[in-house]
Design a protein around this ligand. Structure first.
Ligand code: NAD
Length: 307
């Protein structure tokens, strides 16, 4: 299959290596010039658990440079707040046969996709794979993961699932991907902003009883707005994931991505997590004061550090 990965950061690059190794034709699309230059000059460097480094030759371009290319599948792996700009940039590459799969975190990505392509071209999913950017041109990958995905309209997905599974990506078809997306966004709406606002890594968060109370309040509000929207939010199930992640045998001195983004002077996905839920509440005439305040505090932090 001819596949473009639009958003060739930590995750996009990891998926690209697996899809290329399985025999697919893979091209990266990105806007970060230093990263593009490093990969095109030295190859994509991938460090594993043992810090052994493998080099992959995967061509990567800015979207405006790619003309007359046609893809069977474009996987969108930008940060959620970069998705709209990326879709605008790749618009000339999208033909009637192209299907687009969005795997970025957060809620609202499907709505952004719907402003650019028809439902019958959109697939959406959540992934438990992880990856980290080390520097331009280099990622570090550990562990394994899985993906759950579903077509939003009538796009066929069986061939895509076969190709992704052929690359070892461990995909299952979801029958309710919006609920999956909300569940993952619920977990991220706890860990990500609270790690910043409490200045705590996952292991430290696990010993804060007041932090756990805040998590419950965040999720109770998300559940309420979910009810208004017709989406079931399993708060005990999400709290179980939160507690399991923080359990001493699982937790480490790991900082969630929002903490890392702010510490690297980057903007965050807050408007696609707590901010999305707070705004959806407003649409339904509901107040989500905890999620609203958290969103405003993260934005204030962005004012201070993000470029
Ligand atoms: P990333 O920040 O590594 O890359 C996203 C985009 O930002 C890429 O286009 C990348 O080139 C660009 N970028 C990164 N650093 C930059 C810099 N310093 N200057 C300019 N541009 C820069 O994001 P990611 O970790 O690959 O995540 C992509 C999506 O997947 C997000 O929605 C994220 O929440 C989600 N996700 C990430 C992980 C993970 O472990 N990283 C796991 C699951 C889901």
């Amino acid at each position: 299959m001819k596949i473009a990965i639009a958003g060739f950061g930590a995750m996009g690059a990891r998926f690209a290596t697996k899809l290329q190794a399985a025999g697919n034709e893979v091209i990266g699309i990105d806007q970060w010039q230093a990263h593009i230059d490093a990969i095109n000059e030295f190859g994509l460097k991938v460090a594993n658990d043992a810090d052994e480094i493998e080099t992959f030759q995967i061509p990567i371009y800015r979207p405006e440079v790619l003309i007359d290319e046609e893809f069977d599948l474009i996987i969108l792996f930008t940060k959620a707040m970069q998705l709209d700009t990326m879709l605008t940039g790749i618009q000339p590459l999208i033909t009637a046969k192209t299907r687009l799969l969005v795997l970025s975190n957060g809620v609202g990505n499907v709505e952004i996709m719907q402003q650019h392509v028809t439902d019958d071209q959109i697939l959406a999913g959540v992934t438990m794979w992880t990856s980290g950017l080390v520097r331009p041109g280099m990622i570090k990958v550990t562990g394994s993961g899985s993906i759950r995905l579903q077509a939003i309209g009538t796009a066929p997905i069986d061939d895509i699932i076969t190709v992704l599974n052929g690359a070892g990506l461990n995909v299952t078809a979801s029958t309710d991907v919006l609920t999956d997306i909300w569940r993952k966004a619920g977990v991220n709406s706890v860990f990500n902003p609270l790690s910043v606002l409490l200045d705590a890594n996952i292991a430290e968060f696990g010993i804060m009883q007041n932090g756990m109370d805040l998590a419950q309040q965040i999720l109770n509000e998300i559940k309420a707005v979910g009810q208004a929207e017709g989406i079931k939010v399993d708060v005990p199930g999400i709290m179980a994931v939160v507690k399991n992640t923080m359990a001493p045998e699982n937790a480490g001195a790991h900082y969630p991505s929002m903490y890392q983004d702010l510490h690297q002077g980057r903007l965050t996905e807050i408007d696609f997590l707590n901010g999305y839920f707070a705004n959806l509440g407003t649409k339904h005439g509901m107040e989500l004061p905890v999620n609203r305040l958290i969103t405003e505090m993260i934005h204030a932090r962005e004012d201070l550090v993000a470029k």
